[in-house]
Design a protein around this ligand. Structure first.
Ligand SMILES: Nc1ncnc2c1ncn2[C@@H]1O[C@H](COP(=O)(O)OP(=O)(O)OP(=O)(O)O)[C@@H](O)[C@H]1O
Ligand SMILES: [Mg+2]
Length: 286
């Protein structure tokens, strides 16, 4: 979180080498009688090995942004302007939407609540195998087994065989979330998008998930777009933060700068809503 260069006022203008660059993205939803702007000129950038936190009140457009990056926009939502580049390649622009194939292996997604990432009817072993086979059609049976066990060990799961043979409901909430993350990273993506993936978890499990992400980022050098409304969690994990309000980025910068010296009135209000922040109580996640 410490040494960060200071080009933060214009994230879209960062030098080349970004893993993810969202440039001036505008997304609209078609309603019965009118269209609604969900994202209004959003620009963000993530370098390899960097965690970008996206915070903002409910309805500010965080999920829409995350979904645009992974190509999972709802049917009535379309890109009206701007572009998304992954490692320099345009994957989203008006009229351009990369296929799941092109993107799936390079961008992993962890949804809110493990239940949305996991299929309750299928054992973990088959879920991991299906993801691997979808992205690496020629992969051998032995490699599927090895990679599945390895990724669970990376998730600090000590008994991967038991977990592989379990259905999601047979696992604790913390284990389920680790499996959800395993599904997102087993194909070795360069970017992971996590949308409120810790929201349903207790504080201890949240802290474990944060530590796990930290290790993954340090070991694999992946970039992480971490959507949360929990500013404490964001302060713990993120290198930089963008604050969204009503479909726009209202503030962005290194985490410490944004949270300790917020410039935008909206960010100040958001921080004032966290009691421990204003009262100076020690951050329990620190
Ligand atoms: N498919 C859609 N059609 C119409 N409106 C939509 C659609 N998807 C999202 N919206 C609206 O766009 C706005 C942004 O929604 P979004 O889900 O991106 O917000 P969010 O920041 O993720 O909120 P939360 O913190 O509650 O998850 C909201 O007002 C939402 O109602
Ligand atoms: Mg959301």
């Amino acid at each position: 979180m410490a040494a960060e260069p200071t080009f933060e006022t214009a994230p879209a203008a960062r030098p080349d080498g970004d893993l993810l660059a969202v440039r001036d993205l505008t997304a609209t939803a078609a309603l019965a009688d009118r269209s609604l702007t969900l994202l209004d000129g959003v620009s963000i950038a993530i370098a390899p090995g960097e965690v970008l936190g996206v915070v903002g009140e409910s309805g500010s457009g965080k999920t829409t942004l995350a979904r645009a990056v992974v190509g999972l926009l709802e049917r009535n939502v379309s890109i009206a302007g701007g572009a998304i580049e992954l490692a320099g390649e345009t994957i989203v622009a008006p009229g351009v939407g990369a296929t799941d194939q092109a993107r799936g292996r390079r961008v992993g997604m962890v949804f809110q609540g493990a239940s949305r990432s996991l299929n309750p009817l299928i054992r973990v072993r088959r879920q991991l195998a299906e993801v691997l086979r979808r992205h690496e059609p020629g992969i051998s049976r032995d490699d599927v087994t090895r990679r599945s066990e390895d990724v669970l060990r990376e998730m600090r799961i000590e008994d991967p065989d038991r977990v592989l043979d379990s259905y999601p409901h047979q696992l604790s909430g913390g284990l389920r979330q680790r499996v959800a993350i395993a599904l997102a990273v087993v194909t070795r993506p360069s970017l992971v998008i996590a949308d409120e993936c810790t929201t349903a978890l207790d504080v201890t499990t949240q802290a474990e998930v944060v530590r796990l992400f930290r290790t993954l980022i340090d070991d694999l050098g992946l970039g992480l777009l971490f959507v949360t409304h929990d500013l404490m969690l964001a302060s713990d994990l993120c290198d930089r933060i963008v604050v969204m309000s009503q479909g726009r980025v209202v503030e962005s910068g290194p985490t410490a700068e944004v949270l300790d010296r917020p410039q935008d009135p909206y960010t100040r209000r958001l921080l004032a809503a966290v009691p421990t922040w204003t009262e100076g109580v020690e951050n329990p996640h620190a």
